[in-house]
Design a protein around this ligand. Structure first.
Ligand SMILES: [Zn+2]
Length: 203
């Protein structure tokens, strides 16, 4: 493990080019719903990682693979050639733009232990995402104390410790949040973000 192994996950403002992998929520999802009820507990629909060489984004097919890459991202950064039959010469799988809502994950979060499921949900006001774990008994835990109680009550999981869990949430990229949400959340708006988004729309 490199010297950054300890400091990386706690640094608050990672540059997104260096930041690890990320999660994306498909924007289309919101448009299909009645406006008054948007959004329900929207979840991640696409995982992607950015190449440390060419900076292109590559889709990562499963959450498990994504978590695997993320769990050792600092000492073992992602490159295009880690995907089978892909090189930096190939076009990007997806582009960072406002056609989806993007959220950037912290590097080196622990990989979810077998039997558990880690979920991220977007708050209805789009202010942030929340993390929870579904335990093997099907219960949603929203804090380490709940995980600790579960592990204590279920000795068959004694190989697993609370340090295998993290409730750290990804950074929601505000320049990829739909226009109508911004109007609803705040009257003040953010001119810089608006300008960025218009730029994206022109592409
Ligand atoms: Zn590349």
């Amino acid at each position: 493990m490199g010297p950054m192994g300890r400091t990386g996950p706690s640094s608050p403002d990672l540059d997104w080019r260096q930041a690890t992998a990320l999660k994306i929520i498909d924007k289309l999802y919101y448009y299909q719903l009645p406006k008054k009820r948007q959004p329900p507990n929207a979840k991640v629909s696409v995982y992607a990682a950015q190449c440390g060489e060419c900076f292109k984004w590559r889709e990562i097919p499963t959450q498990e693979e994504f978590e695997d890459i993320r769990s050792r991202f600092i000492e073992d950064p992602f490159f295009c050639n880690k995907k089978a039959n892909v090189s930096c010469d190939d076009p990007a799988d997806i582009e960072y733009d406002a056609t989806r809502i993007w959220a950037i994950d912290r590097p080196n979060l622990p990989k979810t232990p077998p039997g558990f499921q880690r979920e991220l949900v977007l708050r209805r006001d789009f202010s942030k995402m929340d993390t929870y774990y579904v335990t093997p008994s099907g219960r949603k835990e929203k804090a380490l104390s709940g995980i600790a109680s579960f592990l204590e009550a279920n000795p068959e999981y004694q190989g697993i410790s609370v340090s295998d869990f993290s409730f750290t949430t990804p950074k929601l990229m505000s320049d990829t949040i739909p226009d109508y949400v911004e109007r609803k959340v705040s009257g003040s708006g953010n001119k810089k973000m608006k300008a960025l988004r218009q730029g994206d729309d022109d592409v």
